[in-house]
Design a protein around this ligand. Structure first.
Ligand SMILES: [Fe+2]
Length: 582
């Protein structure tokens, strides 16, 4: 059975293809359209998926949309009407958006793909998140928590899943919290208040939190009411996202937390405003973590299960994930490589396969590499045409050569095989560098990523050596498989790993098993032989404002525009020709 999953029209559109119960490929539209967080109908992603599998739209047994658009429309309409006349200015925008794109999604899919309407299904948004988290994890029974900004009405669900011995699958969502009460919206409100882009820059809030102290818990306690079991309600007076698209916090919120930060103002934690912003970030981070830990602890007691699967955009919060693992009682915590809405494309297809069509359970390969493969010949061609230095090396020579470059302080663009599905670079579209000196972090921020210097870079190390450099709790290595947890760097290593150690002594580690990315693993070993420390800085291969590179051509274009010294795809190594940048 061939099932296409689609996520679209909110942010991070994506398509995924499941054939005979297994993922074949999955890609975010932004990687192909080159528009960051592209929310449009993912026609390029769909075309690529079908092309990759050699299928025509006619061959599909079902196309599954990742949410119930009518229910979502009902929420938008209800909230707008409840707030009328206050919502009047945003009302036409909300309605037009829904009428134009979201509600009539069956018609859009049918007309774009030429697939009959009866083959088009919709799953509930959080069921898609739950399926993406549970069905891709190597576990047979697990509790499930999904949390995001909002889907149709639900913003958070708890439940459990089971892959049964008879091949059937069960996913039961026990309870949900509904809009406007939303942990994701609370965090996004602070994201906006702190002058960052909502639905894009939530991770900057987490980075900024490291500079602050949670001194504003009393104030936060006024905007979110919590119960010991993890349930919560936002106090509506402090928020406006439920009534208007343009502003997420109210005047009362500003009375409580002070004036918001202007987007282009610098953040200096040594000034009083800078400290206030960092403390705001630390405080909202703390309440997010506390609430999720309470929810997880309650669900652990209720289900008695040892495994927990986390889905939804909130599961990108690595600090919260690490605390859930350490404090909730679950022994293992699984977060997929794409827990956000893009991952719902895969989740929706898997949900339809197992739960709707009741196809038998299949073991899903435990890796994130479902996107387009890089073409080394393309890199060699464009670099030669551009008169850059191009070499083709056999594998041992290439690994040695790149390890030498890294040990000499060079920055390497590393493209290998199929691209990652999800927002993290996990070794197939990565920028790699030596992790030791703070200057390397500053150089990457200044010459390559063009971004704020308060944001940390992530390290990658073989799973066997992770414990030597990082304080991993039991189960921590699993969370670090897809860079889903933030853990302390061992104090004695912090100064020696200064480029990847955040101001609070932590790092968002990737603990790599050889079979997942054997070439990167070999490179880490070779680098370890040179430096004594098999750890590399691993950041996504893109510059600020652009999606992660996909094709060799995009990697090359990025390499030419910024301070990357060497570029690898397959067996091809490109270095900048001496004496000329242009
Ligand atoms: Fe979502």
């Amino acid at each position: 059975m061939k099932i296409l999953g689609i996520s679209a029209h909110y942010h991070d559109s994506a398509a995924a293809l499941v054939v005979d119960g297994l993922p074949v490929c999955a890609v975010q539209e932004e990687r192909l359209s080159r528009r960051k967080h592209d929310a449009g109908f993912p026609l390029s992603a769909i075309e690529w998926c079908l092309d990759h599998a050699g299928l025509q739209p006619d061959d599909l047994d079902a196309v599954v949309f990742y949410e119930r658009s009518m229910l979502k429309f009902e929420r938008i309409l209800t909230c707008a009407l409840r707030a009328f006349p206050r919502s009047w200015s945003s009302f036409p925008h909300a309605i037009k958006n829904s009428l134009g794109e979201k509600v009539w999604v069956r018609g859009i899919i049918s007309s774009q793909l030429g697939v009959p309407r009866k083959k088009i299904l919709c799953t509930a948004h959080h069921a898609s998140h739950a399926a993406a988290a549970f069905l891709t994890a190597p576990t047979r029974r697990a509790a499930i928590i999904t949390a995001d900004g909002v889907g149709e009405w639900a913003t958070l669900t708890v439940g459990h899943g089971e892959r049964k011995a008879d091949g059937s699958t069960d996913i039961t969502l026990l309870r949900e919290i509904r809009f406007p009460h939303s942990l994701g919206m609370l965090y996004s409100t602070f994201t906006a208040f702190l002058g960052f882009n909502v639905n894009e820059d939530e991770y900057k809030v987490m980075g900024l939190a490291g500079y602050g102290q949670p001194t504003m818990m009393d104030q936060i306690g006024q905007v979110i009411r919590r119960t010991p079991d993890g349930a919560f309600a936002l106090v509506p007076d402090y928020f406006e996202f439920q009534t208007t698209a343009g502003r997420s916090y109210s005047a009362k919120f500003v009375e409580l937390f002070g004036p918001p930060r202007k987007p282009f103002d610098p953040i200096d934690p040594d000034t009083s405003d800078g400290r206030r912003f960092a403390d705001c970030a630390a405080s909202v981070q703390r309440v997010l973590e506390d609430t999720l830990v309470d929810l997880a602890r309650t669900l652990h007691a209720e289900t008695g299960l040892t495994d927990l699967c986390l889905g939804g955009g909130v599961a990108l919060n690595g600090l919260a994930n690490a605390r859930i693992l350490a404090e909730s009682g679950f022994e293992r915590v699984f977060v997929p490589s794409a827990p956000g809405d893009a991952g719902c494309a895969l989740g929706a297809a898997l949900y339809a396969d197992r739960l709707y069509f009741k196809n038998p359970d299949r073991e899903i390969p435990d890796h994130p590499f479902w996107g387009p493969a890089v073409d080394a010949k393309e890199l060699a061609r464009v670099a030669s045409e551009d008169s850059q230095s191009v070499e083709e090396l056999d594998e041992p020579a290439l690994i040695d050569r790149i390890a030498d470059e890294l040990a000499a302080g060079k920055i390497v663009g590393w493209m290998d095989g199929a691209s990652e599905f999800g927002p993290r670079a996990l070794g197939h579209r990565s920028i790699l560098a030596a992790p030791h000196a703070r200057e390397m972090r500053d150089r990457l921020n200044r010459d390559i990523k063009y971004r704020e210097d308060f944001r940390p870079f992530a390290p990658v190390t073989p799973i066997e050596t992770a414990d030597r450099y990082f304080e991993l709790p039991p189960g921590g290595a699993r969370l670090a498989r897809f860079m889903s947890g933030v853990f302390p760097v061992r104090p004695e290593w912090r100064s020696k790993l200064a480029a990847i150690t955040h101001v609070d002594g932590t790092a968002r580690l990737q603990a790599l098993e050889r079979p997942m990315a054997p070439r990167l693993y070999a490179l880490l070993e070779a680098y370890g032989r040179r430096s004594g420390v098999p750890v590399l800085l691993n950041t996504s291969f893109n510059v600020a404002g652009e999606p992660i590179v996909n094709r060799a051509l995009e990697g090359y274009s990025t390499f030419r525009r910024c301070g990357i010294d060497a570029l690898v795809a397959g067996q091809v190594v490109v270095t900048k020709r001496q004496g000329g940048q242009a």
